[in-house]
Design a protein around this ligand. Structure first.
Ligand code: E4P
Length: 218
């Protein structure tokens, strides 16, 4: 299973990278805005800076919602770096653009997936990744993990190469259940990744080992 970090914060990206377990990064316009990044040149420079930290897939999202605009923005993003994956929303023009990008060898991440039908369509169009939003479905009282299960099953049935990138993963249980189901990738904030480190028995066990060592090594 691949671990992506879901942020545009360079410090957090660096920290996750330094842990040695990071496979990629996902961003979205809200995450970029949260870091105060605005204006075409600054946005492009920020994506480049992310690519310099992480040698893995970096999702950069288009803002356009019309076919020509998505193509224009997506091609410019893809030219920035080989590791850029163009993130395209699940809308009609987005699906058409994914097909275009796929034919041209430009990799895509189809975002804002909330149903198995949308995931099937994105895979048919040749998306490299689909991003079903687990947490946002849970927020509205629908089982987000069930959607991951459904998509994994459908892709397995037909041998689709599209990878299931579980997004909007908010806590450790989401992450572990995605792993049990067999999602190819999870993307989540840094604290979800670092939470995997923690167990009180590890802390107390280590404290006892060190105390016992000290008793005979004074
Ligand atoms: C996916 O790529 C999105 O950036 C993200 O996972 C959304 O997460 P949220 O629902 O916690 O904002």
């Amino acid at each position: 299973m691949k671990f992506f970090i879901d942020t545009a914060n360079l410090k957090e990206i660096q920290e996750a990278h330094d842990l040695g377990v990071l496979d990629g990064v996902t961003t979205n316009p809200s995450l970029m805005a949260k870091e105060g990044i605005s204006g075409h040149d600054n946005v492009m420079a920020h994506y480049k800076a992310i690519c310099e930290i992480v040698d893995g897939d970096i999702s950069a999202e288009v803002i356009a919602v019309d076919y020509e605009g998505i193509i224009r923005e997506g091609e410019a993003l893809a030219e920035l770096h080989n590791n850029i994956v163009v993130k395209v929303p699940m809308i009609k023009d987005g699906v058409k653009a994914i097909k275009y990008f796929s034919d041209k060898g430009i990799r895509t991440n189809c975002t804002l997936i909330f149903s198995a039908g949308q995931a099937l369509l994105a895979a048919k169009a040749g998306a490299t990744y689909v991003s079903p939003f687990v947490g946002r479905l849970d927020d509205v009282g629908t089982d987000g993990l069930q959607l991951i299960q459904q998509i994994v099953q459908i892709y397995d049935n037909y041998g689709f190469q599209t990878e299931v990138l579980a997004a909007s993963v908010r806590h450790v249980m989401h992450l572990l259940q995605c792993a049990e189901i067999g999602a190819d990738v999870v993307t989540c904030p840094l604290n979800v990744i670092t939470s995997l480190l923690n167990h009180p028995l590890t802390d107390s066990g280590l404290a006892k080992f060190l105390a016992d060592h000290k008793k005979v090594n004074i």
